[in-house]
Design a protein around this ligand. Structure first.
Ligand code: SAM
Length: 328
């Protein structure tokens, strides 16, 4: 079992399999192809697979595949099927913008039915198309959610990053979506990982405010956490019609329970979303390292995991990489 020096067991891996995306969100610099990594800098599927296999042997139990937009990279479905074969990996999930789910949901289900999380920051089609700079993106994403449910990928989670003055007027609309069968809506506090560096504390809509907005309309009851490292605070609707989650890294940090490692598309290992230092594993895998060499590298890196993020400290420094490069 991988353990850091603070005694936290590391059993979750997030892999950003590409920096490319089919949306051109207005706040995201990766939308400009001039900023894409050259293909040779991206880890190959075999390299991702090898690192996942070695990590599973060291106690990683869950892999979340993300990006960029993971469904855009050719070979993603085979990769999911290969991850399914790794002994010890018992939880496989994918975070996607959902646009390609109408085409891919069935194949994903056949490849081993990963849990699917779809990001959706507005329930207003015109607003959503403006943000993504992609016509009919809202309709495609909603069709993607339906396709995932039809293919049997359940529950489907929908992630919303709330930004004050932008989509906080839609909290109850999203709660209404959560009352659709087999959809779990999760509100995420806005974090200082944006390309434009426009994050301010005032823009963060806190967990407390989210509950206060929903509760008078649809009364909520708190649900106990399933595991200490679960990131979301969970609430069920008192009338039994589904549940919501709130991920509150800013107002209620959960670093003490963090069990995660992140691998970027260009082969850098990150021990925290907000790490200022990365550890290059691509160099190792491309220069003849044995599995034991790689294990020793992971052990050394995990031992340097930060005690926590410093968002709430006066000396906080935003990392150079934005969420799209780190893999949310
Ligand atoms: N393309 C996929 C998608 O749209 O879900 C995966 C990549 S995206 C970077 C992963 C998640 O990070 C999304 O849910 C997105 O909303 C979230 N995210 C991006 N920037 C964020 C920020 N500054 N604070 C909080 N979450 C953020």
């Amino acid at each position: 079992m991988l353990k850091d020096k603070f005694g936290r067991e590391i059993h979750d891996l997030r892999i950003s399999v590409t920096d490319r995306c089919n949306f051109s969100c207005v706040y995201c610099k990766s939308a400009d192809p001039a900023n894409y990594f050259p293909h040779r800098d991206l880890l190959s599927w075999d390299e991702f697979f090898r690192l996942s296999r070695v990590l599973a042997g060291m106690g990683i139990r869950k892999v979340r595949v993300t990006g960029g937009e993971p469904l855009l990279r050719a070979g993603i479905v085979d990769f999911i099927a290969r991850l399914r074969q790794i002994s010890g990996l018992d939880d496989l999930a994918i975070t996607t913008n959902g646009y390609l789910l109408p085409e891919k949901a069935r194949e994903l289900a056949a490849a081993g039915a990963p849990r699917v999380t779809v990001s959706l920051d507005s329930m207003d089609p015109a607003k959503f198309a403006r943000i993504t700079r992609t016509p009919r993106s809202f309709e495609k994403v909603m069709a993607g959610i339906d396709a995932a449910l039809e293919a049997g990928l359940r529950p489907v989670k929908v992630n919303i990053v709330l930004v004050r003055g932008f989509n906080d007027d839609e909290i109850v609309d999203f709660a209404r979506l959560a009352r659709r069968q087999h959809i779990v809506v999760r509100f995420i506090e806005f974090m200082p990982l944006d390309a434009d560096h426009c994050w301010t504390r005032e823009r963060v809509v806190t967990a407390k405010e989210i509950v206060a907005a929903i509760h008078p309309v649809f009364p909520l009851e708190e649900v106990p956490r399933r595991t200490p490292s679960e990131t979301a605070l969970r609430y069920r609707f008192a009338d039994g019609e589904g549940e919501i989650g709130i991920i509150a890294p800013v107002s209620i940090p959960f670093c003490g329970q963090c069990s995660r490692l992140r691998l970027t598309a260009d082969g850098k290992l990150r021990t925290c979303l907000f790490s200022l230092r990365e550890h290059d594993v691509r160099h190792l895998v491309r220069n003849g390292a044995t599995d034991s060499d790689i294990e020793r590298f992971f052990t050394r890196v995990v031992n340097q995991k930060e005690p926590g993020h410093r968002i709430n400290e006066p000396d906080f420094v935003q990392p150079d990489r934005t969420m799209v490069y780190i893999g949310g």
